[in-house]
Every structure is written in C-alpha cells, then in structure tokens.
Design a protein. Structure first.
Length: 218
C-alpha cells in the first residue's frame, strides 16, 4: 500500500529507496472515536501521519481545568509527538480520536534512522513541525490576550458552519477556549440577551449569525 505517500507534502518527492523503506516498515492503523491515542507520562513509539479523521489534543491542569491545544486533521502529523520523538521525552498532553481515525504509524526506529540519514526526510519533518508549532503559538496568544467574547463568537460560527443548531454545553465551549465554564455561561447569557442565540440544555441556536460574525471579525 504505497498511495498514502502521495497524501503528504514532501514525502512524494523522497528518493525511491526512502519511500520503499517507509512503506515496508510502517503500518496503517485504525482507532474508533473516543480512543485515547496517547497520554501524559507515556513515550511515543510511532510518528502518526493522519489519513482520515480528527485527533483532539488537550491538556489538563492540576486543578482539573482542560484546554484544547489543537486538532490533527487528515494530511497532518502531531506536533507534540514530533517534539517528544526529537527530544526523547514523554507526552505532557492527551490525544483523543474525536472521530474514527486511520493513520500511518512510522516506528520510532525508522523515524530515528531516517532523521539521521535522510536530509529530505528531515526537511519533511521540520516543515510539518514548523507549520504546526505556529498554530500552537496562535492558540497560546489567543488564550492569553484574546477577548473571550470575540473568541466565543468565532467558535460558535465555526462550530455552526452550515448549521443553525449546535450541540454543545458551556463546559465543552470552555474547554475549547481555555476558559472557565462560569465565564462562558455569563457570555452566552449576554449573547442571548442581545438576541444572537437561544439556548436549551446542550443545544445552542444561532439566531443572529451576522451579529456573531461581526463580533468574531472585530
């Protein structure tokens, strides 16, 4: 099964010997939605290249507060896994299959071998790493300095793409935005007061998408 190589920018142009090594010594793996792919205190055994589905990477503080760091989509690799492989360190966050996923698992021994011997493979790894680390810094910047009303409006618009009704609790929104449930609840009540949303248990209806989009683009 070699066609997966073509789905990752930078792998298709590798020398044939490198491509053949990747195909022969890697395997395609599957995981159901909800499966914990990695967690704190564990060392990565593979570099996973996602073919289908979404993996949600999140971290929990000592006080139990949870924040979504980023998502890995089809055609991407996990920046945290790459960092742990390069530094020979254990995971500090958890990766959970948000949907059923299919991925290529490149064993650590193959990863180390190609990083040492192939400049082309190193370029692929570091290019993917730099793109993803930029996304992670953007999340940190938004959590640290972004207005919660703007970020919440943007998240509602993103979750409601093509939909009028969203299935989400205030706690889930708080986790997505790295905030406290109480903060999200207050802001959602304000949105409802303005007539932008209506709410029932676990359901949010976007009644004025244009107003939310206007705030999100503020």
């Amino acid at each position: 099964m070699t066609e997966w190589i073509e789905r990752f920018e930078g792998l298709a142009c590798l020398p044939k010997a490198i491509r053949d090594l990747l195909v022969s010594r890697s395997q395609v793996v599957h995981a159901p939605a909800g499966h914990i792919i990695f967690g704190p205190g564990k060392s990565p055994d593979y570099l996973l290249l996602l073919l289908e589905g979404t993996v949600r990477v999140h971290q929990t503080s000592e006080t139990g507060r949870e924040i979504v760091l980023y998502r890995v989509e089809a055609g991407q690799s996990c920046v945290l896994t790459t960092a742990c492989l390069l530094a020979n360190e254990e995971y500090s966050a958890q990766g959970e299959a948000e949907t059923a996923v299919e991925a290529v698992a490149i064993p650590r021994t193959v990863f180390d071998e190609l990083m040492a011997q192939s400049g082309e493979f190193r370029t692929f790894v570091f290019n993917a790493y730099s793109r993803r680390i930029t996304d992670l810094f953007r999340v940190i910047d938004e959590v640290a300095f972004g207005r919660i009303d703007v970020r919440l409006a943007a998240r509602l618009i993103a979750m409601g793409a093509g939909l009028r009704e969203i299935k989400a609790t205030h706690q889930q929104l708080a986790t997505e935005l790295g905030s406290a449930r109480e903060v999200i609840s207050r802001q959602m009540h304000e949105f409802q007061r303005r007539g932008w949303v209506s709410q029932s248990r676990g359901t949010i209806v976007l009644t004025d998408r244009a107003a939310l989009a206007g705030l999100a683009g503020h």
